[in-house]
Ligand binder design. Structure first.
Ligand code: AMP
Length: 283
């Protein structure tokens, strides 16, 4: 396995691979890998010739009062895991490598970036789009793998790729959960025992919502009321948002018809967790 830390070296290697006819798969991550990340890596290993996993805690997607400096990191462990899986290339640049002095260019997706998570994390998706676009330019993957866990991120990135006529195909893979339903996240490590138990309220409310839709409920307000009820019963939890939206424009639905994204962000103490389910009317 090769660990690459500079843009120049990564570009040269990607160009060599491409001219040798290799199909490159990219899995962008912020590291501290868990099964959610690894499901993306496995799929890339299956579907492409060479898998590049990027590990980069991207400063531009964190707000000034967010957890950039405390975000969990363990590069050695991540590399060991990826090496065992057979990943060929890990790209791990330092922030100054991706944003050298004088850096000024950002990608914005107006409207979409201000919905759901964008409301409490202004600038977040601008940072995400910018770093992912840079990674696409440096690595030129045919396929890039993202998780449904960050539903809004995937929707926005698909929009960016289409709007900017990019060649890469984005694949979105299902949310990996712990046995009790909690969606895996690097941020779960911030939770103490009580917080870990409290965090189950996200999945409880989402699975209730899912079963209400399956039983024929079509009114988002009735579903959201039940969802909020579950979160409010948990003393450690505070809702940032809970919404039922159309999965393209992310606008709140007045009635569930076709596909709907039921998405939420909840604070468990100081830890902000996100989760979602995608439901279909005929489920
Ligand atoms: P992160 O390191 O949190 O930026 O995540 C890197 C990629 O892994 C993103 O595409 C996430 O959506 C995806 N991911 C994170 N957690 C999960 C999960 N529990 N299941 C599936 N994919 C996930």
């Amino acid at each position: 396995m090769r660990l690459i830390t500079t843009v120049k070296e990564m570009k040269t290697l990607a160009q060599e691979l491409k001219s040798g006819g290799k199909v490159i798969g990219l899995v962008p991550t912020m590291g501290y890998l868990h099964e959610g990340h690894l499901s993306l890596v496995r799929t890339s290993l299956e579907k492409t010739d060479v898998t590049v996993v990027s590990i980069f805690v991207n400063p531009t997607q964190f707000g000034p009062r967010e957890d950039f400096s405390h975000y969990p990191r363990d590069l050695d462990r991540d590399i060991q895991i990826l090496e065992k899986m057979g990943v060929e290339i890990v790209f791990h640049p330092e922030p100054e490598e991706m944003y050298p002095e004088g850096y000024k260019t950002y990608v914005e997706i107006p409207v979409l970036q201000t919905k759901l998570c964008g409301r409490s994390r202004p600038g977040h998706f601008r940072g995400v789009c910018t770093i992912v676009l840079k990674l696409f330019h440096i690595i030129h993957p045919e396929l890039a793998f993202f998780g449904q866990k960050d539903a809004q991120q995937s929707i926005i990135l698909k929009r960016m790729v289409e709007d900017l006529d990019m060649e890469v195909r984005i694949e979105v893979l299902p949310i990996v959960r712990d046995a009790d339903g909690l969606a895996l996240s690097s941020r779960n490590t911030y939770l103490n025992e009580g917080g870990r138990k409290a965090a189950l309220c996200l999945w409880k409310s989402l699975s209730l919502a899912q079963s209400m839709v399956q039983r024929g409920e079509r009114d988002p307000q009735i579903i959201l009321q039940k969802m909020r009820g579950i979160i409010q019963k948990e003393p450690l939890a505070k809702i940032d948002y809970a919404e039922i939206v159309d999965p393209e424009e992310l606008n709140p639905l007045s009635r569930i018809e076709g596909e709907a994204l039921i998405a939420m962000a909840v604070y468990i103490g100081k830890v902000r967790l996100i989760d979602n389910v995608l439901v279909k009317e005929k489920e």
